[in-house]
Design a protein around this ligand. Structure first.
Ligand code: SAM
Length: 229
């Protein structure tokens, strides 16, 4: 999907995004983000960039552990929700939000210890370009952590998940968000996304080393980790 349509989609569903996320994942999405933070092995001094931050949940997880975070997204509506949540949690001083395109980061090279992206890679216009940008802004030895859905596996559990993804999610999504198309897009984008092996290959091509992937919740979601040499 092109940048313009993507921005429009997220801006439209912004005020229902958190509710639908928690509802459709039975709240497991909270555990996935916590796992990502755990895998970042923070010591307390890192400077973090959370790309495609949306309503800010990953940025908030890090800031709650006293780290300074930049949350970046191109949807002003998603960032407004993030801003409200950050204020409510008293984390104003810890998170700085930037409205910008992740494909062309308005940030200097070599300045972050950690760059994270939760459910952004699948939605972005160019995976290769985004990964190159992440690599550019990371410090030497900096770490990139990507949390993302991958297509359903071909086993029995995968088939059940495929049914849920194809039939249930678009229905509940349409009822709550008021828009049929948005959650049909979620299903098709997950089903049509790259395999975990291909994502690792993209990271390798972007220059990342020490690549690892973690399979969560029967392979519904993966966390990909790589380091800048
Ligand atoms: C599925 S949401 C993920 C939000 C959040 N990271 C989470 O864990 O729930 C994807 C986000 O990516 C943002 N996005 C998509 N393409 C982008 C781009 N090129 N630049 C910046 N943000 C982008 C959308 O606006 C949306 O907020």
């Amino acid at each position: 999907m092109k940048n313009k349509e993507m921005k429009e989609l997220f801006s439209y569903i912004a005020n229902k995004y958190d509710l639908l996320n928690h509802l459709l994942s039975f709240n497991i999405d909270r555990l996935w983000r916590k796992k990502l933070v755990k895998l970042s092995h923070i010591t307390g001094r890192e400077f973090i960039l959370d790309l495609c931050t949306g309503t800010g949940d990953i940025a908030i997880e890090f800031a709650a552990r006293k780290l300074s975070v930049i949350g970046l997204d191109f949807s002003g509506e998603m960032l407004s929700i993030a801003r409200e949540k950050i204020k409510k949690k008293g984390l104003n001083g810890k998170i700085h939000l930037i409205e910008a395109d992740a494909l062309e980061l308005p940030l200097k090279s070599d300045c972050f210890h950690i760059v994270t992206m939760g459910f952004g890679l699948r939605n972005i216009e160019s995976q290769e370009k985004t990964l190159r940008e992440i690599h550019r802004v990371l410090n030497k030895n900096g770490k990139c952590l990507i949390l993302e859905f991958v297509p359903p596996e071909k086993n029995f559990r995968g088939k059940i998940y495929n049914f849920y993804l194809t039939k249930i999610i678009p229905l509940i999504g349409a009822l709550i968000s008021g828009r049929k198309y948005s959650y049909r897009y979620l299903s098709s984008s997950v089903k049509g996304f790259y395999t975990p092996e291909k994502i690792i290959k993209f990271m390798e091509n972007a220059g990342f080393i020490n690549l690892k992937m973690y399979r969560l919740t029967s392979g519904i979601v993966y966390i990909f980790v790589g380091e800048k040499a």
